[in-house]
Design a protein around this ligand. Structure first.
Ligand SMILES: [Zn+2]
Length: 262
């Protein structure tokens, strides 16, 4: 049985740790030291590393981890600095088989935050719930900033996530939920599901408890970036932008700009 836990890194990054017996897989190790500490405490062997995109806070620990675990395999987009670290380049439609977990991940290209961004999906998942490791593309209540890609690319990437089963667990790479929800509330002040979730998240954060993983069903109910097709989101985005937004993609682009200044 695969166990999934998180290792906090930097200010608000989460490095996801998947274990089965004493074998360990990590996703986006931006730092090596906190990972090594957990591996030592739990007497785990690092076997594989999955990378979602090239940003340093997702890749900075790879080199040091490989120095200690030379047999670990790294799966990553074909983008600097990862090939230099011996990573196996993967892209949309590829499969990553991890026999140590008894799992097979499907790779989905999800450009937007960066052009090289990929996500890893395990359709069978754990306890019948599929798994999505989405890096900085989707957050609970938000989506990644558009550092490299276009609004069209990000909208398409999020639309592909939204088509996953509702019970898909969403393992994002940052604890941004509370500030994201403040923005969602500004956009949709009358969303009852959002108000419930706001309260739940506030309680968790007061106790220092992570708010993730979320689920695709939860995000479709509260995350305005997955709700640009709804009149409520369009109307308030039009009011903020002071312009008519007659296509979903225009709503999405204006919403992302609004969030950047929020
Ligand atoms: Zn990033």
């Amino acid at each position: 049985m695969v166990n999934i836990s998180l290792i906090p890194a930097f200010q608000d990054n989460y490095i996801w740790l998947l274990t089965n017996n004493n074998q360990a897989v990590v996703v986006d190790p931006g730092q090596a030291a906190p990972v090594e500490q957990v591996l030592a405490e739990r007497e785990l062997t690092l076997t594989s590393i999955l990378i979602t995109h090239h940003h340093h806070d997702h890749t900075g620990g790879v080199k040091a981890l490989l120095a200690n675990w030379p047999h670990a395999k790294v799966y990553a987009p074909a983008n600097k600095p990862l090939p230099a670290l011996g990573a196996i380049a993967v892209n949309d439609g590829d499969k990553v088989t991890l026999p140590e977990l008894g799992m097979e991940f499907e790779v989905m290209a999800v450009p937007g935050h960066t052009l090289d961004h990929i996500a890893y999906i395990e359709p069978n998942g754990v306890a019948g719930e599929p798994l999505l490791f989405c890096g900085d593309t989707l957050f609970s209540g938000g989506c990644g900033r558009l550092f490299e890609g276009t609004p069209e690319q990000m909208h398409r990437s999020l639309t592909r996530f939204a088509a996953l089963p509702d019970n898909t667990r969403v393992y994002c790479a940052h604890e941004y939920t509370q500030s994201n929800l403040a923005f969602c509330h500004a956009v949709e002040p009358n969303n009852a599901e959002l108000q419930k979730y706001l309260q739940k998240v506030a309680k968790l954060r007061q106790q220092g408890i992570p708010t993730v993983p979320s689920s695709i069903g939860q995000e479709k109910a509260i995350n305005v970036f997955l709700r640009t097709h709804l009149d409520s989101v369009r109307a308030s985005t039009e009011a903020h932008a002071g312009a008519e937004l007659d296509e979903y993609i225009k709503v999405f682009a204006a919403l992302r700009r609004w969030k950047d200044d929020f």
